[in-house]
Design a protein around this ligand. Structure first.
Ligand SMILES: Cc1ncc(COP(=O)(O)O)c(C=O)c1O
Length: 461
């Protein structure tokens, strides 16, 4: 299924070494150079320093190698360099984007009136969702946010966005971009498996409502650190009870809701007002490839800016650019369409199942491993763990794991990541592409070996 190759994951070069290699590329000169010379230069100087996401040991991030079907569409989109601003810029491009979005709404079992828009990345999808949420809040208060801005609210300082303590930092960006501050973003406690603690959330929400104006609650279906899935159904009930916009950040995890046996974990997404998704993560479509869905297609009317040269009021033609800000827009729908058509839904399910099953399998077998402390019960292909060693006092564990991480990635054959769950440092194994438990175990074994060398060699002191 997967065309893994044997080039190392990375060159392992230092920033100074990479800079030295790349500098000639930006030595801009009056005269150009031949295509052969240019290609040779790129091959020698740049390619060794690009990451090989196709390597079986690449288990650290959400990046993926290009899926074969996606490549067919990506090459065409490049060849024709299509923008999909509207019908007049590319009739085929604009129409395919619209059709693709409708087909995806149905694939994800969203409500019949739902709609979506391609975005540059999950970060921008979250940003637009928060704009729609605050606009909607303003409408409840009887004014047009597009006209009045924040000053239309009686007490803008009381406006609150609520999300998980483990939410992605793009939410903070989105709040700031609205002209609000970090104090307008409050985080909710998570339970043992790092999902929003629903009981505590009920109490927190009721308490906050005494003094604040919550205008958006954000659930995450697949958190960045542990892949945990918030209970969207319960959160949607709270949102309905208090009349608050529900956004679901599914940038990482939403893809897994397509697999029949995992669908239950995502119940409630159909009640969300907006949902973000990043096909460029599991689907292997070219970066950037992200989507923001909304439950009511009219919600996008809040984004529409008409002009005299495009998006004229009188014309009823497909206009993707009326739903999100970029005017010149990449033809992101094409590689996604070709990828889905090429693989077929059955193969896509297999592609998505494979990493989850592999991670679940090693989770079970590592339960009895005395050198490993498991730090989450995986829901979507991410496993966080600590390596334990009697010689390492608890107080030094963060420093120890940081060193282990650096040692592991410097070898170029295995790549895991380092992160923190609260104050606790952990190593994180991410399986985003099809893989096997054996492949994942090789990396775990390598990590343990490196950890032993560090502990026994006294490298910490
Ligand atoms: C849960 C979640 N939300 C949002 C984002 C941001 O998405 P992007 O990197 O496409 O901007 C990420 C990125 O990893 C993520 O994991």
């Amino acid at each position: 299924m997967q065309n893994k190759d044997s080039k190392p994951i990375s060159s392992g070069a230092t920033p100074a070494e990479v800079m030295e290699d790349l500098r000639p590329l930006v030595n801009f000169q009056e005269e150009g150079i031949s295509a052969e010379k240019l290609k040779q230069m790129l091959e020698e100087r740049l390619l060794p320093h690009l990451m090989n996401y196709n390597h079986p040991g690449f288990l650290s991030m959400f990046n993926n190698f290009l899926e074969e079907g996606a490549k067919i569409g990506a090459e065409l989109a490049l060849e024709y360099n299509q923008g999909v601003t509207d019908w007049y810029v590319s009739p085929g491009g604009a129409m395919l984007e619209e059709l693709c979005i409708k087909a995806l709404c149905s694939l994800f079992k969203l409500e019949p009136g739902s709609d979506g828009t391609f975005m540059y990345s999950g970060t921008y999808a979250n940003q637009e969702a928060l704009y729609l949420a605050i606009h909607w809040k303003a409408e409840q208060e009887g004014f047009d946010f597009a006209q009045e801005g924040l000053k239309g609210f009686e007490n803008p300082e009381n406006l609150i966005v609520l999300t998980s303590a483990d939410a992605h930092f793009s939410i903070k960006h989105a709040v700031r971009m609205l002209g609000l501050g970090d104090k307008n973003l409050l985080t909710l406690e998570v339970d043992v498996n790092r999902r929003i603690d629903i009981l505590k959330m009920q109490k927190t929400v009721d308490k906050l409502l005494e003094n604040y104006d919550i205008f958006c609650i954000i659930a995450t279906t697949g958190t960045t650190s542990t892949g945990s899935i918030d209970n969207v159904l319960e959160i949607s009930k709270i949102c309905r009870r208090i009349g608050v916009w529900l956004h679901v950040d599914g940038a990482y995890g939403l893809a897994y809701s397509l697999v029949p046996e995992y669908r239950e974990r995502f119940y409630g997404i159909e009640f969300a007002d907006s949902v973000s998704w990043d096909p460029h993560k599991q689907f292997g479509t070219p970066i950037p490839n992200s989507i923001l869905f909304v439950r009511r297609k009219e919600d996008f009317n809040r984004m529409a800016l008409r002009s005299d040269y495009i998006y004229r009021e009188s014309e009823d033609v497909p206009s993707p650019g009326l739903k999100s800000p970029p005017s010149t827009r990449p033809f992101s729908a094409l590689p996604l369409v070709t990828s889905i058509r090429y693989q077929g839904i059955t193969k896509i399910h297999e592609r998505l199942r494979s990493p989850i099953r592999a991670i679940d399998t090693i989770y079970e077998s590592l339960k009895t491993d005395t050198e490993i402390e498991l730090c989450n019960k995986p829901e979507t292909g991410i496993l966080c763990f600590q390596v334990k060693n009697n010689q390492i006092p608890d107080i030094q564990i963060n420093q120890y794991l940081k060193l282990v991480h650096e040692e592991v990635i410097s070898g170029g054959e295995h790549s895991i990541s380092f992160t923190k769950l609260g104050d606790k440092a952990v190593l994180r194994l991410v399986a985003i592409a099809p893989t096997t438990p054996e492949t994942l175990m090789k990396t775990i074994t390598y990590v343990k070996e490196k950890a032993r060398v560090i502990a026994n060699g006294g490298m910490l002191y």
